[in-house]
Design a protein around this ligand. Sequence first.
Ligand SMILES: Cc1cc2nc3c(=O)[nH]c(=O)nc-3n(C[C@H](O)[C@H](O)[C@H](O)COP(=O)(O)OP(=O)(O)OC[C@H]3O[C@@H](n4cnc5c(N)ncnc54)[C@H](O)[C@@H]3O)c2cc1C
Length: 226
Amino acid sequence: MKVDLLHHSDLEVCAHAIRTCWQSFDKSDDGGEKDKELIHRVGNKFKHASTLEHLNYSFYIQGVSRALLQELARHRIASLSVKSTRYTLKELKEEESFTLGMSMIELKEKYTEPNEVYNDIHMQRASKYLVWSGNLSVDFSSIVALENLRLILLDGVANDRAKYCLPESYKTELTWTVNARSLQNFIKLRSSKSALWEIRDLAYELFNTLPDQHKYLFEECVSKEN
Ligand SMILES: Cc1cc2nc3c(=O)[nH]c(=O)nc-3n(C[C@H](O)[C@H](O)[C@H](O)COP(=O)(O)OP(=O)(O)OC[C@H]3O[C@@H](n4cnc5c(N)ncnc54)[C@H](O)[C@@H]3O)c2cc1C
């Protein structure tokens, strides 16, 4: 997966919102240490967390599965614009066979060593479209599903019918905009050991992509469990 931060609000926007309540603008230090302490004290410690909603982050998230997307979409306090399979599945029609006509059983017989499998040229071509689970049976099954989809599209089936046989591992990408309050909730829930491994990776990646001066607001939300 790849996560890029496209845009973020300055800390002083949030500090300004807080200072609006007390009209204490004369104490502002333009997003410096005094403002950072104020945001943490009011937004986190005093639980006046709606002030954190003035901080917004827009991320471009690429190479995640539709299984992850389904879970990410459950976070209602965020905005998503997702790559549309209805419009983009035609990219598969340009591809050569991913399985060279092999069934799942034949694939399992041909490849046994994980290193050999994931370095194989056909697997690498398929990895443009699929997130690997790391389990060979699951990943071969995904490749066979991808190949079936390619053949269905070559048969002339329309994208909005063909998409019903997409594997959950099919890669997608989205622009995701979220405010600091909701991102805290997301990181808390999804960096937890009990979260799906891929969304857990995303939670850490989002945290790592944040501007350094903003990270302190989220540090307590990141799970340290292994
Ligand atoms: C480990 C794990 C396992 C899960 N398993 C399942 C599962 O098996 N099945 C399943 O369906 N989901 C599952 N979920 C998803 C979960 O139920 C939530 O839908 C998801 O985590 C989004 O959380 P959220 O509602 O806090 O976030 P958001 O939707 O972003 O909401 C943020 C916050 O806003 C407030 N809020 C939002 N909407 C409302 C509302 N209508 N009423 C009151 N307050 C509101 C709440 O305080 C909420 O925490 C799982 C999540 C986790 C982390």
